[in-house]
Ligand binder design. Structure first.
Ligand code: NAD
Length: 281
C-alpha cells in the first residue's frame, strides 16, 4: 500500500476540511489545518477533535493530540507532501487559495482541490506546477463516505494520479479516477437520475415514495433519487443542474417542480420539507 505523506495540509477547516483532516489523522498522518483567522482555526480544531472523539467512542484508535495542528499562515505547509484546498466553492477564492498554497509548499508536494463543481483545468490554469495538481473530491459526511473522486486535469502526471489514488486507499476509501468534466462522475449521474425522478413526479407517473421504492428494491439503490435529493438539498441540486445544463444542454434543464419548491423555501431535510416531510432535521 502507498505510504501516506508524513504531513498533510488542509486549507479551510469547515465541514469538508475537518472531515478530510480527521480521515488523514486516523490513517497516521500529521495534519496541519490552516484557516482564515484565529477564531476559525479554533473552530476547525474543535470540529476535528469532535470527530476524533466520536471515532474513539466507536473503539477506533485515535492519534496523539499533537498530530493535529491548526493555525492561520500557509507557511506551515512547508513540510507537507500533500495539501488539500477546502475553502468555499468560489472560483476566484480558490484561485487565490491555490496560489497561496503553491507559494508555501516544496516543489515535490501534491496540491489538490476538493471542489465539487469547478473545472480542475480552470483552477490549474493559474498554477505554476499544474502537473502536480488534481481534484480530490470527498463526499459529505467524510467519515461515513467510502468514495473519493480523483479528478485529473490535462496537465496532471500519471505519477501524481497513482500517488493520490494510493493515498485515498491508505485512508480506507475507494478512489475512482475521472477526467476533468462537468459534474465529474458522481454528480452528473446522480443529478441525471434525480431530475428524471422529479419529471416523473410532475407527470404523475407515481408517488415520490413509489418512485424511490422502485429504485431501492428494483435496482438495489440504498436510497431512492427523491429522498437523496431531499438529503443533499434541493437548492444544491438545482445549482448543479443549472451548471450541467450550461455544459450539456437541455437534458439537464431543471424541472419546474424543482424550481418551484426551491423558490418556496422547501429545500429538503434541512428545512423540514422537500419531496417528503421531515420532522427530525
Ligand atoms: N458540503 C458538501 O457537501 C461538499 C461535498 C463535497 C465537496 N464540497 C466542497 O468542499 C469545499 C468546502 O465546502 P464546505 O462544505 O466544507 O464549506 P464550509 O463553509 O463548511 O468550509 C469552508 C471553510 O473555509 C474557511 N475559509 C474561508 N476562507 C478561507 C481562507 N482564505 N483561508 C483559509 N480558510 C478559509 C472557512 O472559514 C470555512 O471553515 C467547497 O469547495 C465545496 O464545494 C462540499
Amino acid at each position: 500500500m502507498t505510504t501516506l505523506p508524513e504531513t498533510v495540509g488542509v486549507l479551510g477547516g469547515g465541514r469538508m476540511g475537518a472531515g478530510i483532516a480527521h480521515a488523514f489523522l486516523l490513517a497516521g498522518a500529521r495534519v496541519h489545518v490552516v484557516e482564515r483567522d484565529a477564531e476559525s482555526a479554533d473552530a476547525a480544531r474543535e470540529r476535528v477533535q469532535t470527530a476524533l472523539a466520536r471515532s474513539a467512542q466507536k473503539g477506533i484508535e485515535i492519534p496523539d493530540a499533537d498530530d493535529l495542528t491548526t493555525g492561520v499562515g500557509t507557511d506551515a505547509f512547508a513540510d507537507a507532501g500533500l495539501v488539500i484546498e477546502a475553502v468555499p466553492e468560489d472560483r476566484a477564492f480558490k484561485l487565490d487559495a491555490l496560489a497561496r498554497i503553491e507559494g508555501a509548499v516544496r516543489d515535490d508536494a501534491v496540491v489538490a482541490s476538493n471542489t465539487s463543481s469547478i473545472s480542475i483545468d480552470a483552477l490549474a490554469g493559474a498554477m505554476r506546477r499544474p502537473q502536480r495538481f488534481l481534484g480530490l473530491h470527498f463526499f459529505n459526511p467524510v467519515p461515513a463516505s467510502a468514495l473519493v473522486e480523483v479528478v485529473t486535469g490535462v496537465a496532471t502526471t500519471p505519477e501524481v494520479v497513482r500517488a493520490a489514488t494510493g493515498w485515498v486507499e491508505a485512508i480506507g476509501k475507494t478512489a475512482v479516477v475521472v477526467r476533468d468534466a462537468p459534474g465529474f462522475a458522481s454528480s452528473r449521474l446522480g443529478v441525471a437520475l434525480g431530475l428524471e425522478a422529479i419529471r416523473m413526479l410532475e407527470e404523475g407517473v407515481a408517488s415520490a415514495h413509489d418512485i424511490d421504492t422502485a429504485m431501492e428494491l428494483g435496482y438495489r439503490h440504498p436510497m431512492g433519487p427523491l429522498r437523496t435529493t431531499d438529503i443533499v438539498g434541493l437548492d444544491v441540486r438545482l445549482g448543479i443542474a443549472e451548471e450541467l445544463e450550461r455544459a450539456f444542454g437541455a437534458r439537464f434543464t431543471p424541472p419546474a417542480l424543482l424550481r418551484d419548491l426551491v423558490a418556496q423555501g422547501h429545500l429538503g431535510r434541512k428545512t423540514g420539507r422537500g419531496f417528503y416531510e421531515w420532522s427530525e432535521r
